[in-house]
Design a protein around this ligand. Structure first.
Ligand code: ZN
Length: 97
């Protein structure tokens, strides 16, 4: 004998709205210059009290080193990674005149 179970049809409308987040991940492909272009550190671009107009041109590493030394010797900066990084980021491509 099976007792009649009170079967409650419990309908719960689960409206699962599938929010599709279409995140288009932009691959930040920084196109680095592969060509061996020389870089220029131009003091006229940098804030200085002395009104220095020196421009140092060469390969990036050379310019950063020379510019750092110059910044220390002339502009009273300290030889720190911060200064080097800042200089490196502010180098310009040498423009052939
Ligand atoms: Zn200078």
């Amino acid at each position: 004998m099976v007792p009649s179970a009170c079967f409650q049809d419990h309908l719960s409308p689960d409206l699962l709205k599938a929010n599709v987040w279409s995140k288009s991940k932009e691959d930040t492909n920084k196109q680095k210059d592969d060509h061996m272009g020389r870089k220029v550190a131009d003091c006229r671009d940098f804030p200085s009290e002395s009104g220095c107009t020196l421009a140092i041109a060469g390969e990036e590493d050379e310019v950063v080193i020379a510019a750092t030394q110059h910044a220390v010797a002339v502009h009273g900066h300290e030889d720190t990674d911060e200064v080097r990084t800042w200089l490196r980021e502010n180098l310009k491509d040498e423009v052939a005149l």
